[in-house]
Design a protein around this ligand. Structure first.
Ligand code: GLU
Length: 312
């Protein structure tokens, strides 16, 4: 029997929502609803340095204001039991090892990874866990990935094949501050929610092969992946994923939700003009064929979001 898909939107709660958050949420939501799938909102709030509970509350509120609704809302910090169980499983496989090699040491090697980080050269692979196992370890922990290539194409046709253990290096799964790391928890939480489709921004594409390698180790299914374009901004003369320049607190006095949906739908390619639009109208004729592929540079002029492409 054909089972309906389960999708998820998984923002990090490191700040208030911004237009890029809404764009990613909208595409994920339209993708899910257009295939009668369930869609879960998962607030990724594990980073003690960067996440704050008030950002979770604001993101939930901004998404609701925008009109999106969810079949379930999960806070990642409530899932620690499953995260620890995955660590136990990795320990039983004998693939966990401590590694205190810092970012500056990796930067000194000078090898950039496909995700923009520095390649880790797996130099601590030979180290053993302390007596007492991973729980007794006060250093960061990495997972020894198999040295196999992962062959992978996402649904949009992008080739995401990598040999993650070589191209990025073994991933950190628990950080020095004790927080479980993104690459591990994303895999555990997607599987626990029964997620079958992951729709997310292209900035995460280069992490996919590592996540698939972890799924294989943990014996978890691999969902279908699709990565979409990003909204970019000029940040210190460099193009960056849109983040800092404008948040929803600044936008909301200038836009109602229908106008902002129209604007983003226009940026996306789903609408020829930026006229206000309802979600049901967007849902009626949603198709990935019409979603632009290239990233889009936008700016905030103090009252409006403007595309830096002359035609928009
Ligand atoms: N929390 C991640 C982010 O906001 C996304 C995780 C994912 O979609 O896999 O960048």
């Amino acid at each position: 029997m054909h089972r309906p898909d389960i999708c998820r939107f998984a923002p990090s709660t490191t700040g208030p929502a911004h237009p890029g958050t809404l764009l990613a949420a909208l595409l994920c939501w339209l993708d899910a609803k257009s295939r009668q799938a369930q869609v879960v909102l998962r607030l990724e709030d594990l980073d003690p340095e960067r996440c704050r509970p008030e950002w979770s509350t604001r993101i939930i509120d901004d998404l609701a204001w925008f009109g999106l609704y969810w079949d379930d809302v999960v806070q990642q910090h409530e899932r620690a039991t499953d995260h620890a169980a995955a660590m136990d499983q990795l320990e039983a496989l004998g693939v966990l090892y401590p590694c205190s090699v810092g970012r500056s040491e990796l930067a000194a090697l000078g090898q950039r990874a496909p995700d923009g980080s520095w390649v880790y050269d797996n130099r601590s692979r030979g180290r053993a866990l302390p007596v007492g196992g991973w729980r007794a370890c006060d250093e960061p922990l990495r997972v020894r990935l198999p040295d196999d290539a992962i062959t992978l194409r996402d649904e949009s046709g992008d080739d995401l094949s990598q040999t993650p253990s070589r191209d990025l290096g073994d991933p950190v799964v628990r950080r020095r501050d004790g927080a479980f790391a993104y690459q591990l928890v994303v895999v555990v939480d997607d599987a626990a929610a029964g997620v079958t489709r992951v729709v997310r921004g292209r900035d995460l594409a280069a992490s996919t092969a590592t996540q698939v390698a972890l799924q294989k180790l943990l014996n978890l299914p691999t969902p279908t992946y699709r990565h979409h374009f990003l909204l970019l901004e000029n940040h210190r003369k460099k193009l960056a994923k849109l983040h800092g320049s404008v948040d929803l607190g600044q936008l909301r006095p200038h836009y109602d939700a229908a106008r902002l949906r129209g604007k983003l739908a226009h940026f996306t390619g789903l609408r020829a003009t930026a006229e206000p639009v309802t979600l049901s109208a967007l849902l009626r004729d949603f198709s990935w064929e019409r979603v632009r592929r290239d990233d889009l540079l936008i700016a905030w002029d103090g009252a409006r979001l403007v595309s830096q492409e002359s035609s928009r």
